[in-house]
Design a protein around this ligand. Structure first.
Ligand code: NAD
Length: 457
């Protein structure tokens, strides 16, 4: 018997995997994921899923057609559900007041109004998307602006999964956070959501809080994670000038139990759909509460990220004798991190654009993200190629730049690559994954991130 009927509006990187895991772990629930995008819903119904995530297909296959359904019938999914998760996109606003900083809540509000329009029975509405603190208040105001007697409770249940490890993160989360109003009906709704996760998550890892803390915790978590990356990246610039090695520094500081070893890999910068937009949103919220110093503090995390991308390109131009016009440069990786096809805000986009503006000939290769890369660089017709095989991409190139830490790039035959390249051959490692001494001995001029360049001239 179906114990709960769950709908999820938004079948993207969050909605799809989270609901697939709930359906797999809770066969007694019926889970329907609905989206306005017909193409996305159609793809969820095949084995060629709209997103790549290790292990996702198996989880989808376990529930699909049994208790996991994908649909474009949004009103139908809402109407029959007791619980409606909303995981639509909340991008940075591009127009009007708050443009470039505030979250654009139009998609969210549209869903709230749709829920209000079609509902004939009470529902718990769960904020799964990342939203500005205090959004639940707006949602409650919209949802309760009805005179048909239907009651709604708004719960904040932000998603902490990381792309690339989404399934593992969902199956074995560090914590699940569920925030509600602390009224009797709010606490009852909170318990309903706790009961879902309690099917597989140990109770001590299911945290409950007030609704504002839950909303803010997600923004704060992303800001703290990004801050660690910017911190180590800022140190990487200093290492390159001082003959220190950022890996050694990261290891030394990471062994301090108060600091910890994770998120201390220097890189060409963080990407992904969330860090930048969520920090911009945090900055905007702080500014709107008059907290200018706090806003400036978090803005600096973004400034360092941009600085890191820019100085990577600058090092390429300077290293290659101050001109890259017409030079073939192979970008190894385009996804914003390994094990995902997602390229949103990938540093590779900015690096590729800067190189193209410098009139280099850019060749992009990536094991999973070439389709997205083509879309990201759609405005550039000339001097741009997309090649699946990294060896082919590097053939005849003056330089290889590693943009994504894909495992396949850790075990490449660098001798073979070196032989096929123009000389002098350059390797710019934006992810710090190559054995520098080895490739230097092969003949490469190597620019590791976070330690001085190793040149043969
Ligand atoms: N991607 C991540 O790693 C991640 C992690 C945690 C939280 N989040 C947050 O989760 C939210 C969703 O992120 P995502 O990466 O899944 O986005 P996404 O763009 O992949 O998916 C959003 C989906 O919502 C659909 N949609 C938009 N408006 C709709 C409407 N009115 N009705 C029905 N469907 C609609 C879109 O068609 C799209 O398929 C964002 O707020 C994001 O910040 C993302």
């Amino acid at each position: 018997m179906t114990e709960k009927r769950i709908a999820c509006i938004g079948a993207g990187y969050v909605g799809g995997p989270t609901m697939a895991v709930i359906a797999m772990k809770c066969p007694q629930y019926k889970v329907t994921v609905a989206d306005i995008s017909e193409a996305r819903i159609a793809a969820w119904q095949t084995d060629d899923l709209p997103i790549y995530e290790p292990g996702l297909l198996e989880v989808v296959q376990a529930g699909r057609g049994r208790n996991l359904f994908f649909s474009t019938d949004i009103p139908g999914a809402i109407r029959e559900a007791d619980i409606v998760f909303v995981s639509v996109n909340t991008p940075t606003k591009t127009f009007g007041d708050g443009a470039g900083k505030a979250a654009d809540l139009q998609y969210w509000e549209r869903v709230a109004r749709e829920i209000l329009r079609v509902s004939t029975s009470p529902k718990i509405v769960v904020e799964k998307s990342t939203l500005p603190v205090k959004t639940a208040h707006i949602m409650e105001t919209i949802l309760n602006a009805n005179n048909n007697g239907v009651k709604f409770e708004v719960i904040s249940n932000p998603e902490f999964l990381a792309e690339g490890t989404a399934i593992q993160d969902l199956l074995d989360p560090d914590r699940v956070l569920i925030g509600s109003r602390e009224t009797p009906s709010g606490l009852k709704a909170r318990q309903e959501i706790v009961d879902i996760y309690a099917n597989w998550v140990p109770r001590e890892r299911i945290l409950t809080s007030n609704v504002w803390s839950a909303e803010l915790s997600k923004l704060a978590a992303n800001a703290f994670l990004a801050q660690r990356i910017s911190s180590i990246n800022s140190i990487s610039a200093l290492c390159e000038r001082t003959e220190a090695n950022v890996k050694e520094v990261a290891r030394a500081i990471g062994m301090d139990a108060r600091i910890g070893p994770r998120f201390l890999n220097a890189s060409v910068g963080f990407g992904g759909s969330c860090f930048k937009k969520d920090i911009l949103n945090l900055v905007y919220i702080c500014e709107s509460y008059g907290l200018q110093e706090v806003a400036r503090y978090w803005q600096a995390v973004l400034d360092i990220n941009e600085y890191q991308e820019k100085r990577f390109v600058r090092a390429m131009i300077r290293g290659m004798f101050n001109t890259i016009v017409g030079k073939r440069i192979a970008l190894f990786g385009f996804a914003f991190k390994a094990d995902t096809s997602d390229t949103r805000e990938s540093p590779a986009i900015y690096v590729a654009r800067d190189l193209l503006e410098e009139q280099a000939h850019v060749v992009v290769t990536d094991p999973k993200a070439l389709e997205n890369a083509r879309k990201d660089l759609a405005g550039y017709a000339e001097n741009l190629e997309f090649v699946e095989d990294p060896y082919e991409a590097a053939r005849g190139a003056h330089a290889v730049a590693i943009m994504t830490e894909w495992d396949v790039y850790r075990s490449l035959d660098w001798e073979r690559i070196y032989r096929s390249m123009e000389k002098p051959a350059f390797l710019f490692d934006g992810r710090d994954i190559v054995d520098y001494k080895h490739v230097y001995d092969l003949g490469f001029n190597v620019y590791p991130l976070g330690s001085p360049a190793m040149k043969h001239f």
